[in-house]
Write a protein that binds this ligand. Structure first.
Ligand code: SF4
Ligand code: SF4
Length: 164
């Protein structure tokens, strides 16, 4: 399977600086469980959010993604990205938006329906098909939340760097 990110002008920055990838338990087991020493992992309900220690590369990256054909949904989704996910009583509400930091957005951005289908399948696999799932495109609030989280994470990694 060809990987268009090999032409990335930022040298695949999203894989080389893994920060806040959202995965489910099956993806965690498949791709990350035996690489835990390279990661920080926080669990949010049935989902995991993972980042590389010290803002380093994804443990599956070596010049390129080594699991590309079977990569986690959140990687496949780029340059769309998930925003907030709320878990309720038998219900999940998720937002997504287009990740405009990607320099190849114009080439890579597929139709929204495809992105929404990927997210819906992912949530069904994670929460079960009887869960009520709502997926909404939300460039506004979700994007502000995403950028604020990135800025906070960057500031944290700078502080850690200063302390070492
Ligand atoms: S998704 Fe965009 S920023 Fe990420 S590696 Fe691919 S081209 Fe680069
Ligand atoms: S699994 Fe592959 S595509 Fe996803 S962040 Fe890691 S190296 Fe990049």
């Amino acid at each position: 399977m060809s990987n268009p990110c090999l032409k990335c002008p930022t040298n695949q920055s999203c894989c080389r600086e893994l920060n806040g990838l959202t995965i489910n338990y099956a993806e965690y087991n498949r791709h990350f469980e035996n690489k835990i020493t390279h990661l920080t992992v926080s669990r949010k309900g049935k989902l995991f959010e993972i980042s590389s220690l010290g803002n380093g590369p994804c443990p599956n990256w070596d010049q390129q993604c080594q699991v590309y054909g079977n990569r986690p949904m959140d990687c496949d989704l780029y340059p769309y990205t998930m925003g907030k996910i709320f878990e309720g009583d038998g219900e999940v509400y998720a937002t997504y938006h287009s990740r405009t930091e990607c320099p190849l957005t114009n080439q890579l951005l597929g139709p929204r329906e495809n992105a929404e289908k990927l997210i819906r399948n992912f949530l069904e696999n994670t929460y079960g098909e009887h869960c009520k799932i709502t997926v909404r495109y939300d460039e506004g609030a979700a994007r502000i939340y995403h950028l604020a989280r990135r800025a906070a994470s960057k500031a944290k990694s700078l502080l850690v760097g200063d302390a070492t």
